[in-house]
Design a protein around this ligand. Structure first.
Ligand code: IPD
Ligand code: CA
Length: 267
């Protein structure tokens, strides 16, 4: 893996992501074309598609033959392959984006022969570029970041609540909210799983959990959090896969056990 990393063009990948983010920044929130996907309040805008196409074209030119597993355009069931696979969420936090709430990001996880190699999550509104290479630590705008070491009783926990699956998950989320509130300091919700997980990596929060989450929402942020000293598994404590949605628990080492004990029976 370290051999591949020594030739992996991370600077070029960062430049491409920063360039793609201009499509988000220049978007007209009041006039965008929006389509509905499966499930309640599940949307795709013309900009999600434009950002994804831009990234795929540039990454293909940079690393010919690479594969894609991506949220839009029917690429959401592709398997990880040999060589490079990019797992892309062109806009994580699409509802925020549609409403002009400045809390969305581009998320790009890079796998080599099915192993996580590199992750990047870019919030263009705050100009925060989170990145990590396997085994080499996590960074925010080039500065090394680490998780916090707070006691769970004062920690902040995010509870993901995607409405797409609410018939299945509504009661689980309600019960989770009660349990988390009883054991942690407080609850937050940004509306972008990738940014929520990255904020744990930079020490600003302690736990993120969501009963059903897709691979493009956690692929990059999961590597970033692990490289910052955190733990990412499903609610049962098993490693996450990339073949479909699963429950996701992301936490600091100090908060993981408390959260996992509360969540293990929920799904
Ligand atoms: C969603 C966001 C949200 C999470 C959902 C995701 P999208 O991604 O990350 O915070 O709760 O599960 O699907 O649809 O905005 O890319
Ligand atoms: Ca998205």
């Amino acid at each position: 893996m370290q051999d591949i990393l020594s030739v992996f063009p991370d600077r070029e990948v960062e430049e491409i992501i920063r360039e793609a983010s201009k499509i988000m920044l220049e978007a007209d929130n009041h006039r965008m074309r929006v389509e509905k996907k499966d499930g309640a309040a599940n949307f795709v805008t013309e900009y999600d598609v434009k950002v994804q196409r831009f990234l795929e074209e540039k990454f293909t030119a940079l690393l010919p033959g690479c594969g894609f597993l991506a949220e839009e355009e029917g690429e959401n069931e592709n398997p990880l392959g040999d060589g490079y696979t990019f797992i892309i969420d062109p806009i994580d936090g699409t509802t925020n984006f549609m409403f002009g709430r400045r809390a969305s990001c581009i998320s790009v996880g890079v796998f080599y022969n099915r192993q996580a190699l590199y992750g990047a999550v870019y919030d263009p509104y705050a100009d925060r570029f989170y990145s990590a290479k396997a085994g080499q630590g996590a960074y925010l705008n080039g500065e090394r970041i680490f998780t916090a070491d707070r006691d769970p009783s004062v920690g902040i926990a995010y509870i993901g609540s995607a409405p797409y699956y609410r018939e299945k998950t509504g009661r689980i989320i309600a019960e989770t909210t009660y349990e988390i509130l009883m054991h942690f300091g407080d609850i937050r919700r940004l509306g972008s799983a990738a940014l929520e997980i990255c904020s744990i990596a930079s020490g600003e929060a302690d736990v993120y959990c969501e009963p059903i989450l897709s691979p493009w929402d956690h692929a990059a942020a999961g590597l970033i959090l692990k490289e910052a000293g955190g733990i990412v598994t499903d609610y049962h404590g098993d490693p996450l896969g990339y073949n479909g949605p699963s429950s996701v628990l992301a936490a600091t080492k100090a908060s993981y056990d408390t959260a996992q004990n509360l969540l293990k029976g929920m799904v």
